[in-house]
Design a protein around this ligand. Structure first.
Ligand SMILES: Nc1nc2c(ncn2[C@@H]2O[C@H](COP(=O)(O)OP(=O)(O)OP(=O)(O)O)[C@@H](O)[C@H]2O)c(=O)[nH]1
Ligand SMILES: [Mg+2]
Length: 356
């Protein structure tokens, strides 16, 4: 598991002071109290953003203060509210409250697993009431006002879990672990028997121009996986957060099965397990073309992919043939999915913390 973590300190804005004032108008001899309320202090939020990939910037800038509320003014004018501060973190960040550390155990405040997930980490102080609020039938000229409340203050630890962007799916022995070891630094066990991989492996794929994504190799799926057959079903969950699936189909004759039927079985298992999973962008990769003994087998998978409207590639995880093209296609699908997610988020403005 790859983890990145930083400690930050957040202080929400103090509320503004309430105002002490009386109405003074030419022809009104004894104007009543007219001190307005202080504005609320700004709050601090943390939000998971698809545009952010690491916590590195927080290392250089660990201190955050939200704006104070303005003081109330005469003529019943309320002070302006302090502006909220929103800190953007990568999707998959865990937020812990470690105020009081090292003796107090840290407490999980939020698991920002999805883009747009948001948590209030420090609430701004309420603005104080102005003297206009304190007039009663017996005290028509109150001199009482409230100071603003202080804003919340916390020490937080941010921890980023690496989530997979691209998931490799396919039958056992299809060559998923071989592929991840070719395209990343992950070195899972590879062997010529099914169910070699027992737990998911993650790897970071680095491409030209600073492009990178995280890929997950999960145990192979078999017919009935959605009902718990084999091992893969426990790990299908890991794929729920991925944005793109690469479906590996062994087209060599070594599997002893028909590759098109393999492909259909896996697609059906995904659908039965979770329709959202099956609806993710998918790329079909006919694998082991270095050992292809019957061209018909690859052509049949190609035709099936075309019929389904899915991008299709011929690759070999062993020789690397076709792999760069596959990665470029995965990147394109991923970039499109990230954009779509970001566009959807920009449409939803956050709610205010101070309902009237
Ligand atoms: N000829 C050839 N053999 C391959 C290729 N990719 C994988 N293999 C072989 O296929 C077998 C299974 O490979 P793995 O990478 O372990 O397959 P897997 O999909 O991870 O299998 P499970 O973990 O059991 O689900 C190994 O013997 C690999 O050497 C390929 O591109 N060409
Ligand atoms: Mg494997």
């Amino acid at each position: 598991m790859f983890v990145d973590e930083v400690d930050i300190h957040v202080t929400a804005g103090r509320g503004g002071r309430g105002c002490l004032a009386f109405r003074r108008e030419k022809y009104v001899p004894r104007g009543g109290p007219s001190g307005g309320d202080g504005g609320h202090g700004g709050s601090i939020y943390i939000v998971a953003s698809p545009h952010i990939n690491t916590l590195i910037n927080f290392r250089f800038h660990p201190e955050f203060d939200a704006q104070k509320g303005g003081n109330g003014e005469g003529s019943n004018r309320t002070g302006r509210n302090g502006e909220d501060l929103t800190l953007e973190v990568p999707v998959g960040t865990l937020v812990y409250d470690r105020t009081g550390a090292p003796d107090v155990p840290q407490r999980l405040l939020a698991d920002l697993a999805h883009a747009g997930d948001r948590v209030l980490v420090a609430k701004g102080g309420r603005g104080g009431l102005g003297n206009a609020h304190f007039a009663t039938s017996t005290n028509r000229a109150p001199r009482k006002v409230q100071p603003g409340e202080v804003g919340e203050e916390k020490w937080l630890r941010l921890e980023m879990k690496l989530l997979a962007d691209v998931g490799l799916v396919g039958f056992p022995n299809a060559g998923k672990s071989t592929l991840i070891s070719r395209i990343s630094a992950a070195r899972p066990k590879i062997a010529d028997y099914p169910f070699t991989t027992l737990t998911p492996n993650l790897g970071v794929v680095g491409m030209s121009d600073d492009r990178s994504f995280v890929v997950a190799d999960v145990p192979g799926l078999i017919e009935g996986a959605h009902r718990g057959q084999g091992l893969g079903h426990q790990f299908l969950r890991h794929l729920e957060r991925t944005k793109v699936l690469v479906h590996l189909v062994d087209v060599s004759s070594a599997s002893g099965r028909d590759p098109v039927s393999d492909m259909d079985i896996i697609r059906r298992e995904l659908e039965l397990f979770a329709p959202e999973l099956a609806a993710k962008p998918q790329i079909v990769a006919a694998n082991k073309i270095d050992a292809l003994d019957d061209e018909e087998r690859a052509a049949a998978v190609d035709a099936r992919a075309k019929a389904l409207g899915l991008p299709f590639f011929r690759i070999s995880g062993v020789t690397g043939a076709g792999v760069p093209e596959l990665l470029e296609a995965a990147w394109r699908e991923l970039a499109a999915a990230r954009e779509a997610e970001a566009a959807k988020l920009d449409l939803e403005p956050p709610d205010s913390e101070f309902p009237e």
